[in-house]
Design a protein around this ligand. Structure first.
Ligand SMILES: NC(=O)N[C@@H](CC(=O)O)C(=O)O
Ligand SMILES: [Zn+2]
Ligand SMILES: [Zn+2]
Length: 344
């Protein structure tokens, strides 16, 4: 196959940041995706509907002329989120979910939830008002090995949440393990998951073998090959619980290439192309459309997109960098070539 036309896709997990970084990255996403769920982990975090609407305006202002792209906003759950905010989200046309960051789990998660059980009244309200809960599913305590943090979160936290709130829609973000695939597969239909391109294409050797490569470092961290195989099986199965969420997470190059580098891979510049490469590896290009353009919209109860996008088998070289000066960022596969290209 050397050409593939699918309905316009959406990105159900995206970091756009703000200011100069936003202006550098937003065009990449708008070139490929009709909509994206925009993560709220700014500094300071987006915690109210009012702030989310202001952030949405900033994103719309930053779009290249003529772009046809809708940011779908989310709120950052904190220990102080008032119950009333849940109803505001339910009534808002532009805010679609709450995001749970266990405090300390990832980039800009310090304001996250330290005691998850204390947030149960909020989950109850989300269940009542049909507002989805998006989860960065990792435990944070120092005694847990970083490669086990997702599995332990599922066992000790998420299992209880799913049982206690049987109608709450939950998205387990950026799955990385065989156990997580199994968890989501066996959970009720209203528990879904996003999967990133880097977790489909790479195992942990990418970070550590032959030199330390900070641009492959994200959270949850890349895992062993047998976990990557499980993620590929999940997307290749065509199960609608698994849908596209790049977790494209831009950081300035200088903040990645340093003695304590930030977590996050930047993939928005070539998101669909990277996914196409992964699906092609397992002979499942026919499953890309459901994953990229249908299952996420269905899960969120939003209409599927009209219009199409075409991928062509065509080699192209990726730049080493995007952006200017201190906002320079290094994309995934910088300076390498890709075999798929979204047609202009
Ligand atoms: N995935 C990451 O490694 N980083 C994300 C945060 C997140 O999604 O956990 C970021 O905002 O940089
Ligand atoms: Zn996360
Ligand atoms: Zn993320």
């Amino acid at each position: 196959m050397d050409k593939l036309t699918i309905s316009r896709p959406d990105d159900w997990h995206l970091h756009l940041r703000s200011g100069a970084m936003l202006r550098t990255v937003v065009g990449h996403t708008a070139r490929q995706f009709a909509r994206a769920i925009v993560m709220p982990n700014l500094k300071p975090p987006v915690v109210t509907v009012e702030q989310a609407l202001r952030y949405r305006d900033e994103i719309l202002q930053a779009l290249p002329a003529g772009a046809d792209f809708q940011p779908l906003m989310t709120l950052y759950l904190t220990g102080n989120t008032p119950i009333a905010e849940v109803e505001k989200v339910a009534k808002s046309e532009h805010v679609h979910a709450f995001k749970l960051y266990p405090a300390g789990a990832t980039t800009n998660s310090d304001a996250g939830v330290a005691n998850i059980e204390a947030a149960y009244p909020l989950f109850e309200a989300m269940e009542k008002f049909a507002v989805p809960l998006l989860v960065h599913g990792e435990v944070t305590a120092a005694e847990y090995d970083i490669f086990d943090r997702e599995k332990i979160f599922l066992d000790t936290q998420l299992t209880g949440i799913v049982r206690r709130f049987p109608a709450l829609r939950i998205v387990v973000e950026h799955l990385t393990t065989r156990e997580a695939v199994q968890f989501v597969g066996e959970a009720p239909a209203h528990v879904g998951a996003t999967i990133t391109p880097q977790h489909l294409l790479y195992n942990r050797n990418a970070i550590l073998a032959g030199g330390i490569r900070p641009h492959f470092y994200c959270l949850p961290v890349l895992k062993r090959e047998h976990h990557r195989q499980a993620l590929l099986e999940a997307v290749g199965s065509g199960n609608p619980k698994f849908f596209l969420g790049t977790d494209s997470a831009p950081h300035p190059t200088a903040a990645k290439e340093t003695s304590c580098g930030c977590a996050g891979c930047y993939s928005a510049h070539a998101a669909l192309e990277l996914y196409a490469e992964a699906f092609e590896q397992i002979g499942a290009l026919d499953k890309l459309e459901g994953f990229a353009s249908q299952f996420g919209a269905d899960f969120y109860g939003l209409p599927r997109n009209v219009g199409t996008i075409t991928l062509e088998k065509r080699t192209w070289a990726l730049p080493e960098r995007y952006g200017e000066a201190e906002h320079t960022l290094t994309p995934l596969r910088a300076g390498e070539t890709l075999n798929w290209r979204v047609a202009d």
